[in-house]
Design a protein around this ligand. Structure first.
Ligand code: VGL
Ligand code: ZN
Length: 198
């Protein structure tokens, strides 16, 4: 059996200067590149939204970024417009070693539903196909890094643990949005799900 490094959403819009910038998000690019050699597989995820995406505050009358709303599939934070398909903001950070990736998994491409996790959309039921890909390759150990620690990294790692993968998050190679205590809540939820924070 083998292991994979899953690099979450290392895209321009989540780095300084981007539309949903995570503080110091660019600082983890070099460390992530350096660890790729230690894994049997490298998987990149790419947040990839149509312009009409339901998670964008400007697609809701009277809403502001970071408002919490109820969607048919549950609570949803409204975000500034980010990672719109085909825009420079959706591209990977220019220094990320994209050529090292075995696959690039895009997520969030359905207009009506967000997808923080690399495994399921935010309804927690619609699969992305990643679990099947990993199982077919015999990959049983997963290490997560990237952006944002408290949203897409956390949701992905929690789903991975629930799906039975041996799961760790390498926290030195993550950076958080950290709104209203979201990082400490996410860390608690990861620990509860059996994710190792290393
Ligand atoms: C993310 C908010 C919206 C993330 C993606 O990558 O953590 N956060 N879309
Ligand atoms: Zn997004």
């Amino acid at each position: 059996m083998s292991n994979a490094l899953i690099v979450i959403d290392m895209q321009n819009d989540f780095c300084p200067g981007g539309n949903l910038a995570v503080a110091h998000g660019d600082q983890i690019v070099a460390p992530i590149n350096a660890m790729m050699d230690n894994f049997d597989a490298v998987i990149l995820t790419q947040d990839w939204h149509p312009a009409t995406h339901a998670s964008f505050a400007d697609n809701h009358d009277g809403a502001a970024p970071f408002d919490l709303v109820q969607m048919p599939y549950g609570p949803q934070v409204l975000w500034p417009r980010h990672c719109v398909i085909g825009t420079p903001g959706a591209a990977f950070h220019r220094d990320l070693a994209v050529h090292r990736a075995d696959i690039v998994l895009r997520k969030g491409f359905r207009a009506d539903i967000d997808s923080y996790s690399a495994f399921f959309e935010n309804d927690h039921v619609t699969p992305t196909g990643l679990a099947g890909y990993l199982r077919e390759r015999g990959i049983d150990r997963l290490s997560f890094v990237g952006l944002a620690h408290d949203f897409c990294v956390a949701w992905s790692a929690i789903d991975a643990a629930k799906l039975g993968f041996d799961t760790q998050v390498i926290e030195s190679a993550c950076r958080a949005i950290d709104m209203d205590g979201s990082l400490s809540a996410a860390r608690d939820a990861m620990r509860d799900a059996g994710v190792a924070l290393v």
